[in-house]
Design a protein around this ligand. Structure first.
Ligand SMILES: [Fe+2]
Length: 249
């Protein structure tokens, strides 16, 4: 994935970019006993021709169809730091996604792009839950899940499912820049809880989640249609890592 990203642009601030995950506030929408998630949020508009513009801070909203826990409410999260959101790594990741997703959907026009920095904490006797809503779709067109770091954790296995809930495949993002690219109109996804490897100290899983939705296609409060994958080559997801650079999505 590093190779694919660096073909698009620089990752020269990667160390600072990854270190910014050390400064994420707790997600206070989770019940107090389940506060294992930290996060920040940013929104961009990306028009044809690599025109990337960060948007004013705004809430994150998912329809109830996509999030049984938090759907139907506007959730306000702390903003991603300005320098992190404007730096080379973030710009390169956004431009990479724009090119790839636009190649799959040439008529997309301007994208509404949401960026989530997540840290899932795990402690001895308390697993961290990356997707407490269970198997889900994000309610967008495309999703990038990019691993930033894993520290003293095991598991955190991603499984991709058909719209009917049949598993299509599982994989674990283990190294920085390992990634999953998901066609959210076709498939659902979920991630297993993470637990500590060395139980004497805490652990965490840091990921960047970037969602792309056509801004013109529908209201952000409306669900999208679901479509069953048609063949093995249309499973709707691709796992990217240093050794796997599949060109299908
Ligand atoms: Fe998701």
């Amino acid at each position: 994935m590093r190779q694919a990203l660096e073909a698009i642009g620089a990752l020269s601030d990667w160390a600072m970019f990854a270190a910014s995950w050390n400064d994420l506030p707790l997600d206070e929408y989770l019940a107090e006993s389940q506060r294992c998630r930290r996060r920040r949020f940013a929104v961009y508009a990306i028009a044809s021709g690599d025109i990337v513009e960060r948007q004013p801070h705004q809430p994150h909203y998912q329809h109830r169809n996509y999030n049984v826990l938090f759907g139907g409410i506007e959730r306000w999260f702390s903003p991603m730091a300005e320098d992190v959101g404007a730096g080379p790594s973030m710009r390169t990741i956004l431009r990479f996604c724009d090119r790839l997703f636009r190649s799959r959907m040439p008529s997309a026009g301007t994208w509404h792009v949401e960026v989530h920095q997540f840290r899932i904490d795990a402690r001895s006797g308390a697993a961290g839950h990356p997707t407490p809503e269970g198997v889900h779709r994000d309610g967008v067109d495309f999703v990038l899940v990019l691993l930033i770091n894993r520290e003293n954790i095991v598991s955190g296995t991603t499984t991709v499912y058909t719209a009917e809930g049949h598993p299509l495949g599982s994989f674990t993002l283990t190294d920085p820049l390992d990634a999953a690219l998901v066609d959210d109109n076709r498939v659902a996804h979920g991630v297993t809880p993470v637990t500590t490897l060395d139980r004497s100290r805490p652990g965490h899983r840091d990921v960047l989640v970037v969602t792309f939705r056509r801004r013109s296609s529908r209201s952000w409060h409306e669900p999208t249609e679901s479509k069953q994958p048609q063949s093995r080559h249309e499973t709707g997801f691709t796992r990217y890592d240093e050794n796997v650079l599949a060109d299908t999505l």
